[in-house]
Design a protein around this ligand. Structure first.
Ligand code: HEM
Length: 493
């Protein structure tokens, strides 16, 4: 073969590869954005990139969250590349999306009213895995109605009393078990007790075999919620659908038993959140249907399981690293105990008086930053915010994480400083760990109380030391110390 023939073949491949690279980079832009820039003046698409076909910008997302472990770089890079607009276009989790990260825009989206009808709930795989009657999935008046029932179940004095009575003995017994183990991985231990606690408070389930089965199903369900929605045997999504069916069956069986018991023995009602939900009526005297009770019990366990346990792991981590905070916490704990008989559990009025503990809990919740963003979907074709078009059917990622660690709003943001909460009043859109507006977390008081109870019993009689104090952090699926906070755990002398 002649030399010039080799050059010709080489040049051909360079041209083909260049075309392929150009095609890959332009395809999503062409597919999703074509024509949209020609929209009316003042309604342009936000700046950004639609990434690669199918994957969109998932590679960069995983690079920041999973591999380089610098999650806040994801937003910082976009600010540098496209300007500090606080609104960017992207393609993530299998869908074209608008990403918002300024307090004003986040607030406008989260507080958008039902009447405006601009946004709906937007979890990628919602109905199948979360349940079509779940509060996290339904919209509009149906959502409003469901929330009323849930708020009654969560915010009644009876609910708080149930929570206090169930969680504390469980925490105390778990802490004693940790002492006998001597060495624990906090991440695993706090997950185990949180799951048992939430199942007890919500549905009075205590059987170890049943709880182990349910926990495995919940793990499968959560893995499916984070996976690609490919329903083929062998995929995480397919497995999650089966887990969801198992959970439905367990809760439905419990509901049937309760109905039977209710007709035969009125005195034998359960004392738990499920019963409060079953009995609750709206202003017109209507009760929830069977599917609504099942879907929402599954949703509540899902919402309250990993979120709260993550905060408890961080409690052990940060208190080990900041002994002066631990000392102050112990001081308040002792002063609470001084006014109570030795073995008496915390009561509602004790929780109200634990001012410093509340600040420690809030700071832990901020730093845990459990939800990096909140999903919504655009449901009207004329949604414009700050002059940027939000195309119909695109997903919205309301990015809350980066604001919680922004020094503009939280000085020295990565420091664990409970005192920052003294007289702190954040403007709407700045502190949204529990979301904001119509879908504000129904379990926020439950989570806060749970963390406060845990802190109280933890610092009363125990000591602990991180075995790898310099371990880095992991951020997928939730932030945690990379080693799960491995520690030596014992009784305080
Ligand atoms: C530290 C703990 C927690 C954090 C950080 C957290 C965070 C959030 C966030 C950000 C939302 C808003 C979602 C949205 O706007 O679409 C939310 C909603 C929700 N959370 Fe939580 N959560 C926590 C604990 C809990 C607990 C303990 C429960 C129940 C036991 C719970 C149940 C729910 C439910 C049912 C919703 C849906 C509300 C709705 O769509 O109207 N969460 N949570």
């Amino acid at each position: 073969m002649e030399l010039h023939d080799n050059y010709g073949i080489g040049a051909f491949f360079v041209v083909v590869l260049s075309f392929f690279a150009w095609f890959m980079l332009r395809f999503n832009e062409w597919r999703f954005v074509r024509g949209m820039h020609k929209a009316a003046a003042g309604t342009r698409l936000p700046p950004g990139s639609m990434g690669l076909p199918l994957l969109g910008e998932m590679i960069d997302f995983l690079r920041c969250f999973k591999y380089s472990k610098t999650p806040d770089l994801f937003i910082a890079k976009r600010k540098i590349r496209y300007g500090d607009t606080g609104v960017y276009r992207t393609h993530l989790f299998g869908s074209p999306a608008i990403l918002t990260c300024s307090p004003e825009v986040n607030k406008e989206i989260l507080h958008s009213s039902i009447e405006e009808g601009k946004f709906s709930a937007g979890w990628p795989s919602s109905g199948l895995l979360l349940g079509s009657s779940s509060v996290g999935v339904v919209d509009g008046l149906l959502h409003k109605r469901l929330r009323r029932h849930l708020m009654e179940a969560f915010n009644s004095p009876k609910a708080l009393a149930l929570h206090l009575a169930s969680a504390q003995p469980m925490f105390i017994s778990a802490l004693e078990q940790w002492v006998s183990k001597g060495k624990i991985v906090a991440y695993n231990e706090t997950k185990a007790i949180t799951f048992r606690n939430i199942c007890d408070v919500l549905v009075s389930f205590k059987s170890k075999t049943l709880l182990d089965t349910m926990e495995a199903d919940y793990r499968g369900l959560m893995a499916g919620l984070r996976a690609m929605t490919i329903n083929v045997p062998g995929t995480a999504f397919h497995h999650a659908i089966n887990c969801r069916k198992n959970l439905n069956r367990i809760i439905a069986e419990e509901l049937r038993e309760r109905k039977l018991m209710c007709t035969t023995d009125h005195e034998k009602k359960h004392d738990d959140f499920m019963q409060i939900l079953i009995d609750s009526t709206d202003a017109d005297g209507n009760k929830l249907g069977e599917a609504e009770v099942i879907d929402n019990i599954v949703a509540l366990i899902l919402g309250g399981y990993e979120s709260t346990s993550d905060v408890m792991t961080w409690a052990l981590y940060y208190l080990a690293k900041y002994p002066h905070v631990l000392d102050k916490l112990k001081e308040e704990t002792r002063s609470i105990r001084m006014h109570k008989p030795e073995d008496e559990l915390l009561m509602a009025e004790d929780i109200k008086s634990m001012k410093y503990t509340a600040k420690v809990a809030e700071e832990l919740i901020r730093l845990s930053n459990v939800s990096p963003f909140i999903f919504r979907k655009v449901v009207r074709d004329d949604v414009v915010i700050n002059g940027y078009k939000f195309p119909k059917n695109w997903r919205v990622l309301v990015w809350i994480r980066s604001i919680h660690v922004d020094s503009q709003y939280f000085p020295d943001p990565l420091a664990f400083d409970p005192d920052r909460w003294e007289n702190f009043k954040a403007k709407p859109g700045i502190y949204s760990v529990f979301g904001s507006g119509q879908r504000y977390c129904v379990g926020n008081n439950f989570a806060r109380t749970q963390v406060m109870m845990f802190l109280h019993h933890l610092c009363l009689n125990y000591r602990w030391e991180l075995l790898n104090p310099d371990a880095g952090f992991a951020y997928q699926p939730h932030p945690k110390p990379e080693d799960g906070a491995e520690m030596a755990f014992g009784r305080a002398t």
